[in-house]
Ligand binder design. Structure first.
Ligand code: SAM
Ligand code: SF4
Length: 344
């Protein structure tokens, strides 16, 4: 695959800055809305996926990502749905790795459910990927099957080991789920830290209709943290990645524990990111319905002027922040699109 090569240096003088002075340097790309699992908080069991014809081709995704890199994006994360189930996805990863070689891109990474990681770990490392996030909410195979509706925990474990063996740093992401994995969080943390992996906990966000309400799933991480603090010594760690996670160091394990708390504390002031979907829609805020179509400008003209102007227009409309609410009155999605559309 041979994507377009905009000159990244040309745009350095004009970084993408939104109306609130936040510079956009991080792009998350959902390369497919499909997935081989159906985590109950993410998708309904009978999810309808987009017709394949609506998806951008891998070449178009490359061109879109390259346009963002030319406009100052320094970190790119592939996500989904499950990024590793998109056919031929490694040709996109390989092609994007040219931006690592030129130094235009500082990091190319992905978020995966790990089920296909054993197959791809070595190639990812060859393509310059150095870190991956693996989502795994439990160490219990039966619970894992219940959460994902049919997933095989053993496959994910094998994927994690393959990634580590290939020299990739692995961070584990776990959604905190009321009455499901709440009690298991210390064990999950000890397991991850025992292998030198950081663990990040995530609050359930009210995104997409999943066929049931959210009250039964939601547990505030402030509560989880308070419980952990009775058992462990947690010390705040300064983290300047501009991301939504707040980290602590756990004295007893020596490991890092992150908290992503969109519900109890929103992290919008330092937001440096935007998201694109596999159909070329740009979302500038995870918690808003805002959407700008980039597929049309991408397809209308072979050079990137229209595309670049459409990106600038959208960034100019990035909202100040979001406000998710889950309570009895609001037990419905705040945002109608599913997390698998934007990839979190
Ligand atoms: N399939 C990949 C995976 O699971 O890592 C990538 C896409 S998935 C949508 C990205 C992350 O979003 C996962 O860590 C998942 O647990 C999380 N997620 C999905 N739905 C969520 C929700 N409603 N609230 C909070 N996190 C959610
Ligand atoms: Fe698939 Fe990831 Fe959503 Fe689970 S969280 S259903 S693995 S996209």
């Amino acid at each position: 695959m041979n994507g377009s090569t905009l000159n990244p240096a040309a745009s350095l003088s004009r970084p993408m800055t939104d109306p609130f002075g936040r510079t956009i340097t991080y792009l998350r790309v959902s390369v497919t809305d499909r997935c081989d699992l159906r985590c109950f908080y993410c998708m309904s069991e009978d999810m309808t996926f987009l017709p394949k014809a609506d998806l951008l081709t891998l070449e178009e995704l490359d061109r879109l990502c390259s346009a963002f890199i030319a406009k100052g994006v320094r970190k790119l994360r592939l996500t989904g749905g499950e990024p590793l189930v998109r056919r031929n996805v490694m040709s996109l990863v390989r092609s994007l790795s040219r931006h690592l070689e030129t130094g235009a891109l500082k990091e190319l990474t992905l978020t995966t459910n790990g089920s296909q990681l054993a197959r791809f770990a070595g190639e990812l490392r060859d393509c310059g990927v150095r870190r991956v996030n693996v989502s795994m909410d439990t160490l219990d195979p039966a619970k894992f099957r219940a959460i994902t509706r049919w997933g095989d925990l053993e496959k994910v474990m094998a994927g994690i080991e393959a990634a580590r063996a290939a020299g990739l740093a692995v961070k584990i992401n776990a959604v905190a789920l009321k009455n499901l994995n709440e009690d298991e969080i210390p064990a999950l943390m000890e397991w991850a830290h025992g292998k030198g992996m950081a663990l990040t906990l995530i609050e359930v966000m009210p995104m997409g209709d999943i066929g049931e309400g959210r009250i039964d799933q939601y547990v505030p991480l402030s509560m989880v943290r308070a419980r952990l603090a009775k058992q462990y010594t947690l010390t705040d760690v300064d983290d300047d990645t501009g991301g939504p996670a707040r980290y602590v160091r756990v004295a007893e394990t020596g490991g890092k524990l992150g908290f992503i708390t969109p519900m109890t504390h929103n992290f919008c002031e330092s937001c440096n990111r935007v998201r694109i979907t596999c159909t070329g829609t740009l979302h500038t805020c995870l918690g808003h319905e805002d959407a700008s179509d980039l597929r049309k400008p991408l397809r209308t003209s072979a050079d990137d002027d229209l595309l670049s102007a459409a990106i600038d227009r959208a960034i100019g409309l990035k909202p100040k922040g979001h406000d998710f609410i889950i309570d009895r009155r609001h037990n419905r999605p705040s945002v109608s699109r599913h997390m698998s559309v934007t990839g979190g």
